[in-house]
Design a protein around this ligand. Structure first.
Ligand SMILES: [Zn+2]
Length: 395
């Protein structure tokens, strides 16, 4: 690439913006595969800062938003002054932001000068996972419901949670596929083969059952556990998943992570097939379908459970290396704190004006009317999530 041309484009797009704004434009050019025609015509000359931003991005691999691809930006001037996005204009205006892009952040100054960034999460390393629901349709057409208890059927719950894990993975930018809807036990038993070598991790979701059901509920959960094959070299991922589940109210069942062969001498059919391909596999026994307290916990926390599973996988596989919590400033007094990262979720209060630490980011709906999507941040306090479009970065 001709760095001088790039510097002149950055100059044309962002001469009045702070250095971060110039970096943002340079990253956007790179993330668009250097399609220069998508940007303003080069200025006649460039400032030292514009060249510095181009060198940082093109020679040193610096990114304004390391975890994301910046695919478009829009000016404060036309799309919302003072850094408050005009969602209506952005989504339904003459140059609408495509529905698969999300608001990622902004750079600018009070008044009209600034850019809103839009784009997508970058894929995390080369990580790809498969999630699989336990039980279901057998090869002979019959149906295996799994365990039944307290008015619930395991095969229904495993499908529900599988879907929630998939949604959460999409929201968090973790590549995740859902296995075909069938009983994989029956599938493999009948000679089926399924190539999973493209995945780093296969998570098979189940619910446990006890020989002594407690469908009245004694106020005590039985809890969550995982089966891994004896051939696995470690269980840091499963420890991370379980500790996250315990943190939102579950408890350790048995030894937490249990080597399958302690319970099933010849292993588990599905697990054996996955392990034979050298791919890591875990059976998550989410909680006990035979325990009313467990089912109440599941019903009240299912989305959090999906998030906790994903967070454990991210931690266990080190997918977030390089990302660190950061602070933002909130200058409006009535910014909602929501229980999950979408404007549809119930509000549990307001931040007030001040500075807040963001522990995690997620993409969700930010505007009810237009359905615009953007980044949300989970607060250190544990109170919930805030829409980052209404915050200012603190550097
Ligand atoms: Zn099961």
């Amino acid at each position: 690439m001709n760095l001088e041309i790039l510097a002149k484009i950055v100059e044309a797009e962002a001469s009045v913006l702070p250095f971060a704004g110039k970096l943002g434009v340079a990253q956007c050019i790179l993330d668009n595969g250097n399609n220069l025609s998508a940007f303003a015509a080069p200025a006649d000359d460039y400032s030292g800062e514009s060249m510095q931003a181009v060198r940082a991005v093109y020679e040193q691999g610096v990114r304004r938003l390391p975890g994301y691809q910046i695919l478009m930006f829009r000016s404060f001037n036309k799309y919302g002054p003072d850094g408050i996005p005009d969602w209506e204009k952005l989504v339904t205006g003459p140059a609408p932001i495509p529905g698969d892009m999300a608001y990622l952040g902004k750079d600018g100054m009070p008044g009209s000068w600034g850019h809103y960034y839009f784009g997508r999460r970058r894929e995390m390393k080369n990580f790809r996972m498969l999630v699989m629901a336990g039980h279901g349709r057998n090869m002979d057409g019959s149906y295996d419901p799994g365990a039944v208890g307290c008015g619930y059927e395991e095969a229904t719950l495993t499908r529900e949670l599988t879907q929630l894990v998939k949604e959460e993975a999409d929201r968090q930018g973790v590549s995740c596929d859902v296995a075909p809807d069938r009983n994989h036990y029956s599938f493999f038993k009948n000679g089926g083969s399924y190539d999973v070598t493209g995945y780093k991790y296969v998570l098979e979701i189940h619910f446990n059952a006890s020989v002594n059901p407690d469908c009245a509920g004694n106020g005590q959960m039985t809890g969550s556990m995982v089966y891994i094959d004896q051939s696995e070299t470690g269980h840091s991922v499963e420890d991370a998943i379980l500790s996250n589940l315990y943190a939102i109210g579950s408890k350790q069942a048995w030894d937490g992570v249990v080597i399958t062969q302690r319970q099933y001498q010849t292993g588990l059919m599905v697990q054996n097939h996955i392990r034979a391909q050298g791919v890591s596999h875990a059976v998550l026994e989410t909680c006990f379908i035979s325990d009313r307290d467990d089912m109440n916990w599941y019903q009240a926390h299912k989305r959090e459970i999906a998030r906790a599973i994903l967070a454990g996988i991210r931690k266990g596989f080190g997918l977030d290396e390089g990302w660190e919590p950061y602070m933002v400033h909130v200058s409006i007094p009535d910014l909602n704190i929501r229980i999950s990262p979408t404007v549809d979720a119930p509000s549990v209060g307001h931040t007030g004006v001040g500075s807040f630490t963001i522990m995690e980011e997620a993409i969700g709906k930010v505007n009810m009317k237009t359905g615009a999507k953007g980044l949300w941040g989970r607060l250190l306090s544990g109170a919930g999530w805030i829409c980052l479009a209404y915050t200012e970065p603190i550097n």
